[in-house]
Design a protein around this ligand. Structure first.
Ligand code: PLP
Length: 385
């Protein structure tokens, strides 16, 4: 089955009633015939049929062996970090999602150390992998937030496993979705999604998904999930399953819109704009890797202003009409945000500057509106800055 078909038919109809829409099993517990004798379900923290349906769907979409659904993207990331022991080490991409940075910081006091490096520089990565004696995880995001840096996942997996065959490679695939790239096919061990973004797709769910390559790892993560309890509720599983039906259409339209908007901003370079970040532009520094790795270039576009001040950026993001000022991304409605004072406010300013998040950097999450309307909205505020 091709991706579009899988998104629709990856969820079977209900065998009990024929219901074409997945039933929402809104139950905490299940009646047993005698102690331990039941139909495979005993308590919803452990298992729920609606959650299972979503987990099976994402397993197919990400080419894994099994999946787990969590109450948020960060709850799923937290479960992965809990695989580690005292003194273990992590290598993570330097412009990692702000919330993941905060979480990894929290784990410092439990003796887990993270080293942040630019993984578009393979030589730097090789040196770090060879040096770290207790390295357990390599954490990749591609494209990154908000400067859309693209790392060569296949190359990183191949080289890392050669130096340290035991290291687990995790890819946070939130920005791409399974429609754009499938990290397990590229050699990763685990794929994680904030389902809050593209998968649910309508800005109405908070959720996280993990897909793993092998059964052993699945069992470990399942144990952690059941022990800590951050599971996705049946209704949110249902909303995510429903969202996935239009994932392909949305990603395609969002990518088309984003390309046109990035090109429009690129043309304003001499007047208002200092830089535009979009993997689909030929002047993007990882454009060639993006072409090789991604089916679409995605719906996120970032740009910085010639007059690089926080105030200038704040004025812009507060003046658009269609682009709503909000955190998050991946929904049907276009959003605008100012990373330095919003999504990345917990990242220290020196680290922020080092990874290229300028004071005036603005991030757009492109929706499925008419692209001319979106361009007019941006053009109007640029002319009035
Ligand atoms: C939003 C996001 C997360 C965290 O997900 P939540 O659902 O908000 O907990 C993790 N990684 C990336 C790349 C994200 O964009």
């Amino acid at each position: 089955m091709k991706e579009e078909t899988k998104l629709i038919h990856g969820v079977p109809y209900d065998p009990l009633t024929g219901a074409i829409s997945t039933p929402i099993y809104q139950t905490s517990t299940y009646v047993q015939e005698s102690p331990g004798v039941h139909k495979g379900y005993d308590y919803t923290r452990t298992n729920n049929p609606t959650r299972k349906t979503l987990e099976k769907l994402i397993t197919k979409l990400e080419y894994g062996c099994d999946s787990l659904a969590f109450s948020s993207g960060l709850a799923s990331i937290d479960a992965i970090i809990k695989l580690l022991n005292f003194n273990d080490e992590i290598i993570a991409i330097d412009d990692i999602y702000g919330g993941t940075f905060r979480l990894l910081n929290l784990y410092k006091k439990l003796g887990i150390k993270t080293y942040y490096i630019d993984m578009t520089n393979i030589n730097k990565l090789i040196i770090s992998i060879s040096k770290l004696k207790k390295l357990k995880l390599i954490w990749i995001e591609s494209p990154t937030n908000p400067t859309l840096k693209v790392s060569d996942i296949k190359k990183i997996c191949k080289i890392s496993k050669k130096i340290n065959p035991k290291v687990l490679i995790i890819v946070d695939n939130t920005f791409s979705s399974p429609v754009i790239q499938n990290p397990i096919k590229l050699g990763a061990d685990v794929v994680v999604h904030s389902a809050t973004k593209y998968l649910s797709g309508h800005s109405d769910v908070l959720g996280g998904l993990i897909t793993v390559k092998d059964k052993n790892l699945y069992e470990k993560l399942k144990y952690i999930q059941n022990s800590t309890g951050g599971v996705l509720s049946p209704i949110d599983c249902w909303l995510t399953i429903r969202g996935c039906q239009t994932l392909f259409l949305r990603i395609k339209k969002q990518s088309q819109n984003a390309f046109k908007i990035a090109s429009f901003l690129n043309e304003k370079k001499s007047t208002f704009i200092e830089n535009v970040y979009y993997p689909g532009l030929s002047n993007h520094k990882n454009h060639l890797v993006a072409i090789k790795q991604q089916k679409y270039f995605g719906g996120i576009v970032s740009f910085s202003l010639l007059k690089d001040t926080i105030d200038n950026a704040k004025k812009l993001v507060s003046s658009t009409k269609l682009f709503k000022l909000a955190e998050s991304l991946g929904g049907t409605k276009s959003l605008i945000c100012h990373p330095a004072t919003m999504t990345h406010k917990s990242t220290p300013s020196n680290i922020r500057k080092n990874v290229g998040i300028k004071d005036s950097l603005i991030r757009l999450s492109i929706g499925i509106e008419n692209v001319e309307d979106l361009i007019n909205d941006l053009n109007h505020v640029l002319l009035n800055l």
